[in-house]
Design a protein around this ligand. Structure first.
Ligand code: MEV
Length: 313
């Protein structure tokens, strides 16, 4: 039996890190996907093949002994095999267009696609169950995960997300987004831990920053609904200042947003920070922004919003 699913990466337009502490956030799914093919096999092994390597382990291994990048997939295969009384093994093949470890949701897209592909071996996958499975799986490597990334990946489009609830944002705004990659990989769990330390040391200020972030997101939602791209770009640059203050940005990301700001409506780092990517918003054409970042040696691309979200085959 074979089953296949794919899921998009994401950009966080507003609210990364603050969303972990209960604020809203705004994300969009992007036109780069991860695909997982799952297959039941007779040997009692969970085998995982991806560009990060090949692993084959029995289904009763200690989680700590499973290599971190593959741990969520191992968790999903084991949980779903147990749940459906499957006595053999499961083999997973992962292929991805999403750069790894740079804030574009490669890990959450992988969790979502794997949850749906493995579920599809036993039952008709459904979005609600897939999301819950993917969020549980992501927590095996990033304990404090807010669930925002998996939610954008499952549903696609523009999404408002908080830990309480989420909704698709209906908008006719044509968001011309340019992504530039610093080339520095980061660990989301480490960055979230760093922000938690900042919060412990700056308790009152952190409460104020979260409330500023929440106000900004309320304004940004208004701008998106009114198609006010100038206002939206300004909100992005203001969000970048808050991320800098909590230590999520780096000198390099600040310098990249500085370059992007000369020719765009606004820009910010996206994702956990400490490296990874920035995203810039343009009104008509994004060519100048892209060219100026490429001239500084950064890998850049335009991205479109993915409206499909999770896809099963
Ligand atoms: C990572 O893409 C986003 C963070 O807000 C962490 C999370 O929401 O789980 C930094």
């Amino acid at each position: 039996m074979k089953s296949k699913a794919s899921a998009p990466g994401k950009i966080i337009l507003f609210g990364e890190h603050f969303v972990v502490y209960g604020t809203n956030s705004i994300l969009c799914a992007i036109d780069r996907r991860t695909t997982v093919v799952a297959e039941t096999v007779p040997e009692k092994l969970i085998s995982i093949h991806s560009e990060l390597g090949n692993d084959a382990d029995p289904p009763d291994m200690d989680f700590d002994r499973i290599s971190a990048p593959h741990r969520p997939l191992y968790y999903l295969a084991r949980r779903l095999a147990d749940q459906h009384g499957h006595d053999g093994g499961i083999s997973l093949h992962v292929s991805s267009e999403i750069p790894i470890g740079v804030g574009l949701g490669s890990s959450s897209a992988c969790c979502v696609a794997a949850a749906a592909a493995i579920s599809g071996l036993f039952e008709e996958p459904n979005r609600g169950r897939t999301l819950q499975l993917a969020m549980d799986a992501e927590k095996t490597i990033h304990e404090k995960s807010s669930g925002a990334d998996c939610t954008a990946s499952v549903h696609g489009g523009l999404v408002r997300y908080s830990k309480r609830d989420h909704s698709r944002i209906r908008s006719s705004a044509d968001l011309k987004l340019t992504v530039a990659n610093s080339g520095t990989e980061h660990s989301t769990a480490d960055m979230v831990r760093g922000v938690s330390e900042f919060r412990e040391q700056n308790h009152d200020r952190f409460i104020d920053i979260c409330s500023e972030a929440e106000d900004l997101i309320r304004d940004a939602l208004h701008m998106i609904r009114r198609n006010n791209l100038q206002g939206l770009g300004r909100c992005m640059s203001m969000n970048q200042r808050l991320l800098r203050e909590i230590g999520a940005s780096t000198e390099e990301l600040d310098s990249m947003t500085g370059i992007a700001d000369r020719t765009s409506l606004g820009s910010k780092m996206t994702g956990a920070g400490g490296g990874g990517c920035i995203v810039a918003l343009n009104a008509v054409s994004a060519e100048h922004t892209l060219d100026s970042l490429v001239a500084e040696g950064y890998e850049c691309f335009h991205t479109e919003i993915d409206f499909k979200g999770l896809d099963t085959f």
